[in-house]
Write a protein that binds this ligand. Structure first.
Ligand SMILES: Cc1cc2nc3c(=O)[nH]c(=O)nc-3n(C[C@H](O)[C@H](O)[C@H](O)COP(=O)(O)OP(=O)(O)OC[C@H]3O[C@@H](n4cnc5c(N)ncnc54)[C@H](O)[C@@H]3O)c2cc1C
Length: 464
């Protein structure tokens, strides 16, 4: 195996002498566990996994990789759809042990190390009724999510995750630690807010915090999937004037066999509007009432509940190890054509565990200037994340074909695409995700911080 050729045992032993974390080699009993990523369809065999305990370990690992000529993959939460945080035969710099979080409720700021999951950050911030807007599944890594932009339940109210980012500490390809904020290395700070891990390894994030809950009015309301064309026509009018506090995600799927879902619904095709009202619950009741009264929902679980509980709602339906394939696109509106294509293709989903969220965007995220950060697509109104899922490899190819079919049928309506929802789709798609102007600006930044493209296992912005 290439791993044996590339690794110099003396160099590894030298690294290990001062390393505070843990080095995992292919012969170690935990190797298989440590090389696993969230998407079970991806399996690669790195030569070495460096589980860093702090910034000093990250610096040492980068210098070791450079000196050894090893490919580098960087891993925090391991949730890259395409498994970009895992490489074949190279070094995985794993920040998963770096779990430090400090909340300052007076200045309303929080520091989080790169290994923190969304649910862990919420746990600490919600103790003070505060929150960072982030994603919708608690086991996602704050690092990769933030570096791509970060959308979720609070995007309309408080913007993208990067809109609350105050600064980062980052280890460059030369193994130097630099800080990036609005005033310190501002071009780098612009780039890391959407440009992913292209410029270095972020070890620490500093966020502004916002008041939230801790009780919010939230949860899913379900109708039979056959109602989808009618429901979506109602929905598009209803969200048109929605206050920023209201976040909704539409899902088509077969009802999961969860304790909160009555057994007679299990496996039945449903269309779901999942809601979260990030404001006064009474006002939220009034805002959500017309939705509740539309048609005859088969289940209404929208109720006052702790935000952290709501955040965990999708966790059981997106577990580690299942096989996942995604196609994503933004559309400007839910036109009749988009609705009919969506409803039609939803009915053809075969797998009992596939689902595809359509995020309603806009609000605070759309009011930030498009130039302010590298993230592209602030004007996007609705974001499809078409997710073909199977529990094992059985049926995966068919389900993937279904996802591609829906994505292709929507192609005439595509506007932008979110970089964190890309698979391994090639440079042209990455250019589309940023738009040519931002892509060129990011390339110039890449030439400055990583001219040798050491950090290329990501949605890569090549330097030249
Ligand atoms: C179940 C699930 C739910 C999701 N929900 C949402 C959502 O609601 N909203 C949303 O916006 N996105 C969502 N995503 C997408 C998510 O933002 C991306 O998959 C993101 O890249 C995950 O980050 P991670 O740290 O877990 O992943 P990793 O696989 O560890 O890393 C992802 C990428 O970032 C790079 N990277 C990781 N850590 C660092 C670092 N510290 N410094 C530099 N580069 C780094 C990696 O090299 C890799 O290219 C979801 C993904 C999953 C699997």
């Amino acid at each position: 195996m290439t791993t044996e050729v590339l690794l110099d045992p003396a160099a590894v032993a030298e690294l290990e002498r001062s390393f505070r974390g843990q080095l995992v080699r292919p012969e170690d009993p935990t190797y298989d566990e440590q090389r696993r990523v969230w998407n079970g369809s991806i399996s690669r065999f790195p030569a070495l996994i460096a589980r860093c305990a702090g910034a000093a370990d990250v610096i040492a690992a980068v210098r070791f990789a450079r000196a050894s000529g090893l490919e580098v993959a960087v891993r925090s939460g391991g949730h890259s759809f395409a498994g970009l945080s895992l490489c074949e035969g190279g070094l995985v710099i794993d920040l998963g042990l770096m779990k430090g979080i400090r909340v300052d409720s007076v200045t309303r700021t929080a520091r989080a190390q790169a290994g923190v999951f969304l649910g862990e950050l919420d746990r600490e911030t919600q103790a003070f009724g505060l929150a960072v807007p982030a994603g919708i599944v608690t086991h996602t890594g704050i690092a990769g999510l933030t570096l791509g932009g970060g959308i979720g339940w609070l995007t309309r109210k408080y913007g993208l995750t990067i809109d609350q980012l105050l600064g980062v500490d980052l280890v460059t390809a030369d193994g130097e630690l630099v800080r990036a904020t609005e005033s310190e290395n501002p071009e780098l700070f612009w780039g890391v807010r959407g440009g992913g891990g292209n410029f270095g390894i972020v070890t620490d994030f500093e966020f502004r915090l916002n008041p939230l809950g801790p009780i919010v009015l939230a949860g899913p309301i379900l109708w039979p999937m056959s109602e989808s064309p009618r429901l979506l026509r109602f929905y598009r009018e209803w969200v048109e004037d929605a206050p920023d506090e209201l976040a909704t995600i539409v899902l088509h799927r077969k009802a999961p066999a969860l304790p909160s879902v009555p057994p007679e619904l299990h496996g039945k095709p449903v269309v779901v509007v999942a809601c979260c009202y990030a404001g006064d619950a009474e006002r939220g009741e009034r805002v959500i009432r017309p939705l509740r009264r539309f048609g005859a929902p088969v289940l209404d679980l929208c109720a006052a509940r702790p935000f952290v509980q709501h955040q965990a709602m999708f966790d059981p339906t997106l577990p580690h190890g299942w096989w996942y394939y995604f196609r994503s696109c933004d559309v400007a509106e839910l036109s009749d054509e988009v609705i009919d294509i969506t409803a039609d293709h939803a009915m053809r989903m075969r797998s009992p565990v596939s689902t595809f969220p359509i995020f309603h965007l806009g609000g605070a995220a759309a009011r930030v200037s498009d130039e302010a950060t590298a993230y592209n697509g602030r004007p996007a109104r609705f974001r499809f994340n078409i997710n073909a899922t199977t529990v094992t490899s059985d049926g995966f190819d068919d389900e993937r074909t279904w996802a591609r079919g829906l994505w292709s049928a929507l192609q005439p309506f595509h506007t932008s695409v979110y970089v964190n929802f890309l698979m391994d789709e090639g440079e042209e798609r990455i250019r589309q995700a940023y738009g040519t102007e931002k892509f060129d600006r990011l390339r110039a930044l890449k030439r400055r911080y990583d001219p040798a493209n050491v950090f290329r296992h990501n949605q890569n912005i090549p330097p030249g």
